[in-house]
Design a protein around this ligand. Structure first.
Ligand SMILES: [Mn+2]
Length: 357
């Protein structure tokens, strides 16, 4: 595996490439052209400048997270053909620049969802948390306002105010989109883009739904082993793969993460590894823990061992971190806790690897 960190770009991220370069074992970044709206075509000059900037800092551009999908593609609206063509153009340009990994998600309207972005923990750190009762008590508009009010001025990926200003319109677009329709629209999209992926060897890595169940009545389909394997079979090309995100799939305690990893051998193109703590047995309340197994509910050793056992050799990154040591940063994306996470995951990997010799 190749240890990386996510970087949002100069002017958007509180963390610099120079800082990332100094985290032991981190050799690359997963990044994006921040501020691109879903459906926009990426310019070649912007892609090559981003790559050059990362490489000038002594790091490798390990993949793009994300090239987001326009709602017309997700809902199967007639104008999806235009947006699929735009997506193909962007992939073509990324491929020409040497990018071989693209993460995306297929969640209706909302990306990842939390009800608190800075819940205080016993040790004084703050972290992102989700409470189903709190979510049920508010409407989507209030949710959007809460997310943006707590973001400390950062515009968070998936929560762009420009797009979410049209919430009523977005909900109307998804009115008749059930799980089966969403699945059909996803496979339609993937089949259309596979030729350009094959041309350049671009690995598509769908990010699971976070949390792994419907939010505000909007269906979610990339949320368990059965559904993910169904997608792998429906477009049975090794370039159609997944981002194995333990913190997303792990929101549902019934998801056996090592079992899912084993079942996806050869199809995991990117790994997001982080821990969660369930504060109730039915996942009504959970918060994002430190990466250490003992701080949360997930067995991080078992997760890393499962990745090791399938011969995973792609990029991996610590995922969200807590805000610690007074750091002011985008929620979930400070330097300190993620750097500790990277070191811990590297330590687990080293121990597993040496134990096998
Ligand atoms: Mn993730």
């Amino acid at each position: 595996m190749q240890m990386t960190m996510r970087w949002f770009g100069k002017g958007f991220d509180s963390v610099t490439l120079e800082q990332i370069r100094q985290v032991p074992g981190v050799t690359g970044v997963i990044t994006t052209l921040y501020g691109k709206l879903p459906g926009e075509v990426w310019e070649t000059a912007e892609i090559t400048a981003l790559k050059a900037e990362v490489e000038a800092a002594g790091l490798h551009l390990a993949g793009i997270e994300s090239v987001n999908i326009h709602d017309a593609i997700k809902t199967g609206a007639p104008e999806r053909e235009t947006y699929i063509a735009n997506y193909i153009t962007t992939l073509e340009r990324l491929g020409q620049a040497g990018v071989r990994l693209v993460c995306y998600n297929f969640m209706p309207v909302f990306d990842w969802t939390r009800t608190e972005l800075a819940r205080k923990r016993e040790d004084g750190s703050t972290t992102m948390a989700y409470n189903q009762k709190a979510l049920d008590a508010i409407d989507p508009d209030a949710m959007t306002k809460t997310m943006n009010a707590q973001s400390k001025g950062y515009v968070m990926v998936g929560w762009e105010p420009e797009r979410l200003a049209h919430l009523a319109e977005l909900f109307a677009m998804y009115k008749d989109v059930d799980g089966e329709k969403l699945f059909a629209n996803l496979t339609y999209f993937l089949k259309k883009i596979m030729p350009v992926c094959e041309k350049y060897g671009i690995h598509m890595a769908i990010h699971p739904d976070d949390p792994a169940w419907p939010v505000f009545g909007l269906t979610r389909i990339i949320n368990n082993k059965e559904n993910i394997l169904r997608l792998m079979r429906a477009v049975d090309n090794p370039l159609n793969g997944v981002t194995l995100c333990t913190g997303s799939l792990g929101t549902n305690p019934r998801n056996d993460l090592p079992g899912i990893i084993a079942a996806l051998k050869g199809r995991i193109h990117l790994a997001h590894v982080r821990n969660l703590r369930y504060n109730s047995s039915d996942a009504v309340d959970f918060e994002e823990a430190a990466h250490l197994s003992g701080d949360g509910s997930l067995d991080m050793y078992a997760i890393m061992k499962a990745l090791y056992d399938i011969g995973f050799d792609g990029p991996i990154r610590p995922d969200h971190g807590r805000a610690v040591w007074g750091e002011v940063c985008m929620p979930g994306y400070g330097l300190y806790d993620r750097a500790m996470g990277a070191c811990y995951l590297n330590g687990l990997w080293e121990a597993i690897d040496k134990g096998h010799r």
